[in-house]
Design a protein around this ligand. Structure first.
Ligand SMILES: [Zn+2]
Length: 469
């Protein structure tokens, strides 16, 4: 059973639709810095689940968590011509294939096969099929011969990683040297139709040829919509749109996903109300919505700059610039909005970020008109608010992320308002279970030229680097 479970953790990836690791992990109240290693492991595990989910779901408009599991299992079992961990083949092609519900991962630190695993209770039947396929193939295909090669190849899967083994034998886990992720560059030393021989960590490794490409694959892109089973999803009123996950192809890919949320840009959002807090309690500060209110605009329209440019247009430009810098720096990016409009309210944006990213950064400009500088919206020091979940378990992370971003902006020469923080009770932070911040990058009078946005993005990137460093 142990072997089966381990195989499954790598093949089917993290289970879909169950509670993601982030929620329980970040609820422990550990220091933010101290969580980096765990966060990375979880992010890697999540990426497996996301991408596998995408690959098996191409063409589906929606699948429940159970359906996702079932599809993933059957396809994984049926596709074992190679040694990959995914059904393969979706790649960038999954972009725009509709509002796919992408499940969340819960493999935890056991995702790479060691330690306590929480996967598998619903998978006995497909697992048995997989076992049979593997054994049969091993008996039919003894150690192959190789045609020598000396070139560079790349890992190309449906998104997950592929195992590297010390021999061409899939009947045991004992020969697994490690895993290589989508887009990884490899030095090929030999090939045949089934196996590819590579240089691996100073020695020789073998990897299924099915997951090898000679051309560097495009960045993996998948859409992520709100899964109704996710915690707090039921508080969302506008959620027919989808966010976009983009995997970095940088050599130093970090396995950390940053959610970039271009503020505003949901037509009709201002006339729909959502609860300010998950427990229905009233807002503790005034802002766009007054203190004491229990509901607020699902997504407000945003302000208009002094020169007539809508805030939503500038936040989008900013998000696209920031996205590209993050990808180049090795971060995967979850883009809430990449065009003028996305039908996702603030709750949906937050819940998607909770389940598909390691931190959530919402980009805004303030409605004052005196070019006061940048600041982040900190979590108000109000006992009732800080004792309400999920704020209780995460407010320190939110503030720490905000501090990092403001420090990064300051380092990039951006003008900072006052102490760089303003306490504000926001829908975003009221529902966030990952480090989450609304950053106000200036106001109506601020320069929002391309050059100014580039500088802001440099500052934000420095802040992200410091936070995860
Ligand atoms: Zn705004």
């Amino acid at each position: 059973m142990r072997r089966e479970t381990r195989w499954e953790s790598r093949t089917a990836g993290p289970q879909f639709g169950e509670r993601p690791v982030r929620r329980s992990r970040s609820a422990k109240g550990q220091s933010v810095k101290g969580q980096s290693a765990k966060r990375r492991t979880a992010a890697a595990a999540w990426a497996l689940g996301l991408c596998l989910g995408a690959s098996v779901l191409s063409g589906c408009s929606y699948a429940s968590s159970a359906e996702l599991r079932s599809q993933a299992e059957s396809q994984a079992a049926a596709s074992q011509a190679g040694d990959g961990q995914t059904a393969g083949g979706a790649g960038a092609g999954s972009q725009g294939s509709g509002n796919q519900a992408i499940g969340a991962a819960n493999a935890g630190t056991g995702a790479q096969g060691e330690g306590a695993l929480s996967i598998g209770s619903a998978m006995e039947t497909p697992q048995a099929q997989t076992e049979a396929v593997e054994v049969t193939r091993t008996q039919a295909a003894p150690m192959p011969t190789f045609e020598d090669a000396s070139d560079t190849v790349y890992v190309k899967t449906g998104g997950g990683s592929v195992r590297v083994r010390s021999s061409c034998d899939t009947s045991s886990d004992e020969n697994i040297l490690g895993n290589v992720s989508y887009g990884t560059e490899l030095s090929r030393t030999g090939k045949n139709s089934e196996w590819t021989r590579i240089s691996y960590e100073g020695g020789t490794g073998y990897i299924s040829s099915e997951y090898i490409a000679e051309e560097k694959p495009e960045a993996l892109v998948t859409s992520v919509s709100l899964d109704p089973s996710w915690t707090y999803a039921e508080f969302s009123k506008i959620n027919s749109g989808a966010a976009t996950f983009r995997q970095s192809t940088a050599e130093n890919r970090k396995n950390i996903t940053v959610c970039v949320n271009a503020g505003h840009g949901t037509s009709g959002g201002a006339s729909v109300k959502t609860l300010c807090h998950p427990d229905g309690s009233p807002k503790v500060t005034s802002g766009t919505t007054a203190a004491g209110a229990t509901t607020a605009a699902a997504v407000s329209g945003g302000m208009t700059f002094a020169d007539g440019t809508p805030e939503s247009q500038v936040t989008l430009s900013m998000a696209l610039i920031f996205r590209d810098k993050l990808l180049a720096a090795g971060y995967d990016v979850l883009m809430i909005r990449e065009s003028e409009d996305v039908q996702l309210d603030n709750v949906a944006r937050t819940v998607i970020a909770n389940n598909a990213s390691d931190c959530h950064i919402a980009l805004h400009w303030d409605s004052t008109a005196n070019d006061k500088g940048a600041f982040y919206m900190s979590v108000p020091d109000v006992a009732s608010y800080r004792s309400m979940e999920p704020v209780k378990s995460h407010w320190q992370q939110h503030n720490a992320l905000g501090e990092s971003l403001v420090a990064g902006l300051k380092g990039a020469g951006v003008k900072i308002f006052s102490s760089g923080a303003m306490a504000m009770d926001l829908t975003q932070t009221s529902f966030s279970t990952v480090p989450s911040i609304d950053i106000e990058l200036g106001d109506k009078a601020s320069d929002h030229s391309q050059a100014a946005l580039e500088r802001l993005a440099d500052g934000l990137l420095a802040g992200v680097n410091a936070y995860f460093g």
